[in-house]
Design a binder for this molecule. Sequence first.
Ligand code: UD2
Ligand code: MN
Length: 282
Amino acid sequence: MYFLRRTDVNCVTNWNVPLVWEGTFDPIVIDAIYKKTNPRVGVMIFAVGKYTRFLKGFLETGEKHFLTDFRVTYYIFTDNEKEVPAIALDEGRKITVLPVPSARRWQEVVFGRMKWATITIDKQIRNETDYLFLMDVDSLFHHRFGAESFSRLSAVLHRGYYKNTERVHFPYERNPESRAYIPVGEGDYYYTAAVLGGYLEDIYNLVRYCYEHSEEDARNNIEAVWQEESHLNKYLLYNKPTKVLSPEYLWSDYTKIPADIKVVRISQLKKNYAEVRPNGGH
Ligand SMILES: CC(=O)N[C@H]1[C@@H](OP(=O)(O)OP(=O)(O)OC[C@H]2O[C@@H](n3ccc(=O)[nH]c3=O)[C@H](O)[C@@H]2O)O[C@H](CO)[C@H](O)[C@@H]1O
Ligand SMILES: [Mn+2]
């Protein structure tokens, strides 16, 4: 008998839910537990404008590493259906393409994810999915992303702020006029908006909150500092995740891999922001 544990990182949050790292779970045991209920998994990805170029790599590597042996539907929201590549999918896995309008600003797309997620869950996905994930498309899977990620609400620590950043320096929205406002002194973690998952209804509550609150900001001519990610961080402060995933679940090709990151499960690709976005860089 041996026990899986890590002593170099924190494996539990202040509200006593798991913080998942490589070396803290047995992948075979945990997949077998969830396999019994054979859940239907949905993954929402947006590929608007030039971002369709990322679909091939995302889907091909997803087939190698993302919940292999589970039933998975990739919901691809795009303004250009013709650019969705034909990828050979394993049994029990499929692609559903959903049309969305083109955008003049990249901000429209990242905010729009919350809007289209809300609308599409109501219209269709509620009847098709048990667990729902939302992911950025400009990334590749490099390593197992399995059933250890399942819970009612699972959020991923942003790689840039998980270790050496005091909470007063988290890049939360600090304008009290914004619905995403978090006062200095509050906050648990800074979470990324690029990977997120949970039960369908829990994700629905989250995306609807982010959608409605960003619309309210827009009516007051406010755009939160990190767009939908700011609203997400506000939501997660008052609706704590039931599982927190380490930055293994979203690293970046821009960032050197430190010793506590034993595996990189997904990594954001380097991209030319000015070239790939409709209104240029940051
Ligand atoms: C440095 C920076 O600017 N960071 C933003 C961006 O990081 P990122 O640089 O990760 O943003 P991104 O350009 O990858 O956009 C997020 C996702 O939106 C989709 N997409 C975006 C633009 C577009 O024209 N077409 C399209 O399909 C695509 O799925 C992409 O992966 O997103 C974060 C949340 O995810 C925050 O909102 C940040 O504001
Ligand atoms: Mn991205």
